[in-house]
Design a protein around this ligand. Structure first.
Ligand SMILES: NC(=O)C1=CN([C@@H]2O[C@H](COP(=O)(O)OP(=O)(O)OC[C@H]3O[C@@H](n4cnc5c(N)ncnc54)[C@H](O)[C@@H]3O)[C@@H](O)[C@H]2O)[C@@H](O)CC1
Ligand SMILES: [K+]
Length: 645
């Protein structure tokens, strides 16, 4: 491959993997705009082309198409007006519904010159060339007319708000969003089978679906889920983070040529980088040097979790698994995998807690079975886990002065970190399910916690946050970051799109004395790193899948070079994200499905990279994911650039 090709491919891959916050996107746009690059025209032309292709795919000739543009007052509306003008010139019937108080002037001129029609909804609007000012009665009639137009449209172009949105949609924009997408309809899937028979038009979002939290991936109010989002310049966090990512539909990214070198993304996907975290065995390796995993998982009540976590670790490219647990679970483990060793010994990574009841659950079990009031009986698994986790507890002293409330780990670049003993010398550990309430108050980043939303909410409550499961589901990134900040642990919040928050390479780089405030802020701001992983199909939502993930996690942690994870601030997050990716990827193989919780965007104009969810596949159980691990590892090791399934 020549160097130019390589660069092009690497750039595409970077654009498909990284999202940048709004402030960064605006900063990347600036030099291009200063040079007079016509970004808006480029954006609009691409959006029109994508719309044309969408119509074509559904056998609708653009000349026969009914198109409605919902246009806001900002530049997002400007993009929409130019795109609508292009579609009108191609023969489509296009009506612009203006939802704001004004419209982008040049865009409006282009649109009216191309023969498009205009309907203004806002009585306060002041738009040149249109009679302004009307009463409440007429406003109602206009809204009714807008509704009818939308209902009979083949395509709605949503250009009400883009990266300039603030808070929940207000006014006519909110009303239009509610009409198109009444509250309560689930975002994902509501447009998977779009129809043009008058019930529901296709929605093409311009830059972002209007109403979503562009920087944080939340859904603060009404919004319009899109079939296709034509995103400009670079992905924004909303294209990757749940729940907003589910509203974007297919994302087509227009590469404006932003200089993305040295720009720190807000969110990244691990994708094909996961393969690089797998350790290829060497001829000189022994079972010990390939990594040994220790597991304190499963319980008398849930012995199956012991089997799933241990077989998963066992199949995930390491030298040996040690299992510690009750006799009935250990028997089952050995029956399933005779090579697993029961009993203590040196390990390179741990997984604890999967299939271990929490303190609350123990209480309930005891109450239920005895029929009397009783306090919970101490459980041997929990005691063993608590004893192990105590070794990871950071005292104020080894947390370091620099930690403060910012959650920044101590400086590990200098000599001030002694890795020869204490929590920093402990092997990396995955803390799952029933072990989460045993987590010490503050731990190093090589402790990886793997809660689902409910478990994360419970953990946060132990740290004094008033938060429930639905709050975590509504703002998963915020709460994953908060849990990392409070505990110091690398946080993997499970979901169709899993969020991983850990230290970044810049964590602990205390600003020098001569640093100004801005630099100080940048260092603090970039102290964490966020990955998402959504490689799995929905079939993966099945009992025991979490136990399998814990086993894979421990195996991935165990096969990194010993001591590296403690030394390199961002390695825990990268390893954790890789484990999640492999978990989902194996589930895709097992179910023969190429559907994924999150897919990288298509790059506009790049051939042959269009993703598709054409193989829905079949149901699986957790053991099927374990069975698919060797094949997944072969594929990922062999081909860490272009993945195929
Ligand atoms: N900066 C540039 O040169 C480029 C910008 N582009 C487009 O410009 C967009 C950004 O434009 P703007 O900065 O003008 O911002 P937007 O057009 O995204 O949003 C601002 C408009 O939305 C309204 N608004 C904001 N919050 C609202 C709410 N909660 N409810 C109802 N209305 C609300 C504001 O009143 C304003 O009219 C991008 O998303 C992209 O589409 C592209 O044309 C590419 C180039
Ligand atoms: K939009």
């Amino acid at each position: 491959m020549d160097e130019m090709m390589m660069t092009k491919q690497m750039r595409r891959s970077a654009l498909q993997r990284n999202a940048y916050d709004v402030e960064t996107v605006r900063a990347m746009e600036r030099p291009l705009l200063n040079r007079g690059v016509p970004l808006m025209r480029m954006a609009a032309s691409a959006a029109a082309q994508v719309t044309d292709e969408l119509l074509d795919e559904h056998d609708i000739d653009v000349a026969d198409a009914n198109i409605v543009l919902l246009a806001g007052a900002g530049d997002n509306g400007g993009d929409g007006l130019y795109a609508a003008a292009q579609l009108a010139r191609a023969g489509a019937q296009v009506t612009t519904i203006a939802v704001g108080e004004s419209l982008h002037i040049q865009g409006l001129l282009a649109f009216t010159h191309s023969g498009g029609r205009l309907l203004v909804l806002n009585p306060e609007a002041s738009i040149p060339g249109v009679s302004n000012g009307f009463g409440a009665g007429e406003a109602g009639e206009r809204l009714q007319a807008a509704m009818e137009l939308v209902q009979h449209a083949d395509v709605v172009l949503d250009a009400m708000t883009g990266i300039g949105v603030h808070g929940p949609l207000q006014g006519p924009a909110a009303t239009m969003a509610q009409m198109l997408h009444p509250a309560g309809e689930s975002a994902k899937g509501s447009h998977t089978t779009p129809c043009t028979n008058g019930e529901k038009p296709f929605v093409v979002a311009i830059d972002t679906p209007s109403g979503i939290g562009v920087n944080d991936g939340t859904l603060p109010g009404s919004y319009i889920p899109a079939d296709v989002t034509v995103m400009f310049g670079a992905m924004k966090p909303c294209a990757m983070l749940p729940p907003a990512t589910f509203t974007c539909g297919r994302v087509v990214l227009i590469d404006f040529g932003f200089d993305i070198t040295h720009i720190v993304p807000a969110v990244s996907s691990i994708d094909n980088k996961a393969g690089t975290m797998l350790r290829r065995p060497k001829p000189t390796d022994s079972k010990y040097s390939r990594g040994v995993v220790g597991l304190i998982t499963g319980s008398v009540k849930y012995p199956g979790a012991a089997v799933l976590s241990s077989t998963a670790a066992n199949h995930c490219n390491i030298g040996m698994v040690r299992y510690l647990g009750p006799a009935n679970a250990a028997d089952m483990v050995l029956r399933n995998a005779p090579e697993i060793v029961t009993g203590k010994g040196r390990v390179q990574a741990w997984a604890v807690g999967s299939g271990v009841p929490t303190a609350d659950a123990l209480y309930v079990i005891e109450d239920h079975t005895s029929g009397r009031h009783s306090t919970h009986t101490p459980d041997a698994q929990r005691e063993a886990i608590a004893a192990l986790l105590n070794h990871y507890a950071l005292s104020d002293e080894n947390t370091g002065e620099s930690v403060g409330n910012a959650g920044i780990a101590p400086n590990r670049r200098g000599s001030d970190l002694d890795c020869s003993n204490g929590p920093w010398a402990m092997p990396p550990i995955c803390v799952d399910a029933g072990a989460l309430d045993l987590l010490p108050k503050r731990v190093p980043q090589h402790v990886v916690i793997t809660p689902h939303a409910g478990e994360l909410a419970a953990l946060l409550r132990l740290h004094g946050e008033q938060v429930d499961t639905s709050a975590v589901t509504a703002e998963p990134w915020r709460w994953a970051k908060r849990a990392h900040e409070l505990t110091g642990a690398t946080v993997l919040l499970k979901g169709a799109v899993t969020i991983i928050v850990g230290d970044s390479e810049m964590a602990g780089m205390a600003p020098q004395e001569n640093d100004d405030e801005t630099e100080h802020h940048i260092v603090a701001h970039k102290a964490t790193t966020t990955y998402i992983s959504g490689s799995g199909p929905a079939w993966l939502a099945t009992a025991g899948a979490g136990d399998v993930l814990a086993g894979i996690m421990a195996a991935m942690l165990a096969q990194q070079n010993e001591g590296q994870i403690q030394q390199h601030p961002s390695l825990s997050a990268t390893t954790a994200a890789s484990a999640s990716y492999i978990h989902g990827y194996a589930a895709g193989l097992a179910s023969q499905s190429n559907e994924q919780g999150w897919e990288p965007p298509e790059i506009f104009g790049a051939k042959g990279i269009r993703q598709s969810g054409e193989n829905p596949g079949h149901p699986i159980v957790a053991g099927d994911v374990v069975a698919a691990l060797p094949q997944a590892i072969e594929n990922l090791l062999g081909n860490s650039h272009e993945l195929t399934r």
